[in-house]
Design a protein around this ligand. Structure first.
Ligand SMILES: [Zn+2]
Length: 272
């Protein structure tokens, strides 16, 4: 393990654009550093909030914030414990509930989260919210958004990021960033997460919810409700995902004990 970490650091020094993701253990090509790409994502997020009805001050809105903070804290604790403190230094966590009957939720890289009110009846409880939040945050932490950008798109964004540091990002660049980071449906294009990304987000998300003190057994129950609600159709973020609800439920059930074991390392032994 130590040798592996040394190798990872050595490689990072030589090829700064290739980074190992701590959550997936995979090498990911990062032509654009977070410090450059995240501000563009933040701009997209603010634009989205400006164009949609953000719910403020209700118990539901407070619950989204509360769960989000706990999942964020769980991510940071996990990273610190595994030798990656500072990994989220460019993150600016934010949690918003948006009035919209669509059954959906997402998290942009950089920790910008949106829940639609339409997903609340299926989430059903704070623990259900935590299962969704864990999954969405996991996509961001694993850099799945950047991975679904093509190499040429990344280069285009990188070029724009360096050429136009603060303002005046082109419409096209914004669209690329938005598409990759999950706001694509706004522009009529939605790039799907792959099956492996979905499975990865399920696994990481389950650990995060457990470390945050939420019962990981509830993730499988959430997906049972999703399945019952959908009438064969999954909600938008999950729509393109190939793992069937049944596979997903089976995976989450099988992984719950290891999520509990992971949480125990952080002193979490009771779950709500
Ligand atoms: Zn997903």
């Amino acid at each position: 393990m130590k040798i592996r970490k040394l190798l990872v650091w050595g490689t990072a020094v030589l090829f700064i654009s290739c980074a190992t993701n701590p959550f997936t253990g995979k090498q990911t090509l990062a032509l654009v550093p977070n410090s450059q790409i995240l501000p563009m994502a933040f701009q997209q997020y603010n634009q989205f909030l400006g164009e949609n009805k953000v719910v403020k001050g209700t118990s539901d809105a407070e619950m989204i914030t509360r769960v989000g903070q706990k999942i964020a804290r769980a991510s940071e604790r996990w990273l610190n414990a595994n030798g990656y403190s500072g990994y989220l230094k460019d993150y600016k966590w934010e949690y918003n509930l948006v009035e919209d009957k669509t059954v959906n939720a997402w998290c942009m890289p950089g920790g910008k989260i949106v829940f639609y009110t339409g997903i609340l009846p299926i989430a059903q409880s704070e623990t259900g919210i935590a299962a969704i939040m864990g999954h969405e945050v996991a996509h961001a932490l694993a850099n799945h958004g950047q991975q679904r950008m093509s190499a040429s798109q990344i280069q285009q964004v990188a070029g724009a990021a360096t050429a136009v540091a603060v303002s005046g990002k082109s419409q096209q660049t914004q669209q690329i960033v938005g598409t990759a980071f999950g706001l694509g449906s706004q522009f009529g294009v939605m790039l799907p997460f792959s099956r492996s990304h979905e499975t990865e987000a399920d696994r990481i998300g389950l650990q995060l919810m457990a470390i945050a003190g939420y019962n990981p057994d509830e993730a499988a129950n959430l997906w049972r409700r999703m399945k019952a609600n959908s009438g064969g159709q999954s909600p938008p973020e999950f729509m393109s995902t190939h793992p069937s609800s049944d596979t997903r439920i089976a995976n989450l059930t099988a992984w719950a004990p290891s999520a509990r074991a992971e949480a125990k390392k952080f002193g979490i032994t009771t779950f709500k």
